[in-house]
Design a protein around this ligand. Structure first.
Ligand SMILES: [Zn+2]
Length: 63
């Protein structure tokens, strides 16, 4: 399972300043792993919508 780093949370807050809860996902296209805004469907790196849960049992992260 993924470890959420300070860098990931800083990046996520930059992209979605109003968001406090994030989905923990991975991208099947580019391999991105990390946080996206809750309910978001597109990869922040490649913008494709081929995201899946990084871990079925650990789907959300709250700052
Ligand atoms: Zn991607």
């Amino acid at each position: 399972m993924i470890v959420i780093t300070d860098e990931m949370t800083v990046e996520a807050r930059k992209r979605w300043p109003d968001c406090i809860t994030f989905d923990i996902v991975e991208c099947l296209d580019c391999g991105f792993k990390g946080l996206i805004e809750l309910g978001g469907e597109n990869c922040p790196d490649c913008n494709e919508d081929h995201l899946q849960w990084e871990d079925e049992n650990n789907q959300e992260f709250t700052i």
